[in-house]
Ligand binder design. Structure first.
Ligand code: ATP
Length: 258
């Protein structure tokens, strides 16, 4: 079998804020077409890792490649990469003064070259894609439920038909049923749109339902594997994270039928 292509490749990453070292010689890779979960204790630098990959924070050292391009040093590679991804950060981060449809059209406007009529049509398509009714388009974010706002944020992340989707705590703040529905939506979209997904989450149900592999941030580095593989490791944080009663229940539910 041919080796899977890495759509993201981070090597030798060092992140430091003042004297606080967050990542030290960290390697992280994501294969095209997989859903990679990112977990780790509070403050281990999960969100910062995402922000470094998308160019919002510059690391102290290391190499970051997206789609094979050196996004830290090559502006053209960064432009190409930026056009290839969509991002859903916590809370959906919608502009409260814009309607949902206008929010979805923000990335389209930034790219330019599309008529308003086409953008209106595209916004309707994106709403349908994430399971929102057409009448959500003219509403303001404050008029939607938390779950609907997340979906609207996802619709905006999908505005430019990305190959790559970054999700930071997508189910945070949702009730268990809302979170399970959102997990299912992500998995369905990943398959139907052939997306690669990088998802920071604390939610074990999401990890089981959505991810193919998991990167755990421990000791300033990444440990990567399937959930079953990580559960086997004798590392204190991983043990307490995966071996709690709740974790065992979730993992038991996920065990393949044999
Ligand atoms: N721009 C910044 N300047 C200074 N310190 C920062 C900055 N961004 C993050 N940090 C620090 O880096 C560390 C990692 O932050 P990050 O938000 O990535 O954590 P996290 O793993 O996502 O945690 P949590 O699960 O609590 O959200 C924290 O100690 C945070 O205070």
């Amino acid at each position: 079998m041919a080796a899977a292509e890495n759509i993201i490749e981070v090597t030798g990453l060092r992140t430091q804020f003042g004297r606080q070292v967050i990542h030290e010689d960290l390697d992280f890779a994501v294969r095209r077409g997989e859903v990679m979960g990112v977990v780790g204790g509070s403050g281990t630098g999960k969100s910062v890792l995402l922000k470094e990959i998308i160019g919002l924070i510059r690391p102290a050292a290391g190499d970051i490649r997206v789609l094979g391009g050196d996004v830290l040093n090559d502006e053209a590679a960064m432009r190409r990469a930026r056009e290839s991804w969509g991002v859903l950060f916590q809370d959906g981060a919608l502009f409260s003064s814009l309607t949902v449809a206008e929010n979805i059209q923000v990335p389209m406007r930034e790219r330019g070259g599309l008529s308003q009529a086409l953008m209106d049509e595209l916004a309707l398509m994106k709403l349908a894609l994430v399971g929102l009714p057409a009448n959500a388009g003219p509403k303001f974010p404050s008029e939607l439920s938390g779950g609907m706002r997340k979906r609207a944020g996802l619709a905006r992340a999908l505005a430019l038909d990305p190959d790559l989707l970054f999700l930071d705590e997508p189910t945070a703040g949702l009730d268990p049923i809302g979170a399970a529905d959102f997990d299912e939506l992500i998995r369905n979209l990943q398959q139907s749109l052939d997306l690669t997904v990088v998802m920071v989450t604390h939610d074990l149900d999401s990890l089981v339902a959505v991810t193919d592999r998991i990167s755990a941030l421990v000791d300033k580095k990444v440990v990567v594997g399937t959930m079953a593989e990580l559960m086997e490791l004798d590392q204190p944080w991983l043990r307490s994270y995966f071996h709690g009663v709740r974790a065992r229940q979730v993992a038991g539910m996920a065990a393949p039928a044999s």
